[in-house]
Design a binder for this molecule. Structure first.
Ligand code: SAM
Length: 212
């Protein structure tokens, strides 16, 4: 697995309209192959989502890129991620200089990824639990990214956003979603933009889908 393969993938993502150089630089540096199961490694630099066990996936690289670009992360931002999964998205955010807080609801996956973060020396704060209710002790957050599809925008996450903060979340039914980009204008006011057509695994929790 080589840096060349990674660069070819990132060049193709740039060709699909990702222009934020900080996002592209982080994606050139983080080794996606380290975040996928051994069997999946030959596919690590294809622009596709891959299974990571526990019926979950590591998102497609283009999706990671477009969500991270929409988040407009600045160095030193406090970022909350809902859906740690493989840890790849959190690693990208850490590489960009954010202070990352990440929540995973699936206990075995949480523990596996925690070990990987330790092994790779990735410094992020992790928690196992329902991310739909956020992480109030650390709020407010400058940025919040939800990496699973939700039926709506959880109120708790909106409330834990700093003024001028941004929240990126796929919202829709269980098959396809629209990416919502929420900016908190004031204590009560939020501006919402939409980017269509995504497909994520479901966000399961008190303020999202019930467990199947
Ligand atoms: N960010 C991940 C990555 O880089 O690999 C993508 C993970 S996958 C598309 C979405 C993850 O969200 C799954 O691991 C799933 O268990 C988790 N999830 C679903 N509902 C959740 C919730 N309420 N709180 C926290 N995690 C949740």
């Amino acid at each position: 697995m080589s840096k060349t393969e990674r660069n070819i993938l990132i060049d193709s993502i740039a060709g699909k309209g990702i222009t934020d150089q900080k996002v592209l630089k982080a994606m050139r540096e983080v080794e996606r192959e380290k975040f996928v199961p051994l069997l999946m490694r030959p596919n690590a630099y294809r622009d596709i989502a891959l299974p990571i066990g526990y019926e979950q996936t590591i998102s497609q690289p283009y999706t990671v890129a477009i969500m991270t670009q929409a988040l407009k992360v600045k160095k030193g931002n406090k970022v909350l991620e809902i859906g740690t999964g493989s840890g790849y998205q959190a690693a990208i955010l850490e590489k960009m200089g954010a202070g990352v807080y990440t929540i995973e609801r699936h206990n075995d996956l949480y523990r596996k990824t925690q070990k990987l973060f330790d092994k790779l020396g990735i410094r992020v704060s992790t928690k196992c639990g329902d991310g739909t209710i956020g992480w109030s002790v650390h709020a407010p957050f400058d940025r919040i990214i939800v990496t699973a599809g939700s039926p709506d925008i959880p109120e708790s996450l909106k409330n834990q956003l700093a003024i001028e903060g941004r929240l990126v979340i796929p919202v829709g039914d269980k098959r396809t979603q629209t990416l919502k980009v929420v900016t908190r204008i004031s204590e009560q006011d939020f501006e919402i933009e939409s980017i269509p057509e995504f497909a994520f695994v479901p966000l399961i929790g008190r303020e999202a889908w019930d467990k199947e």
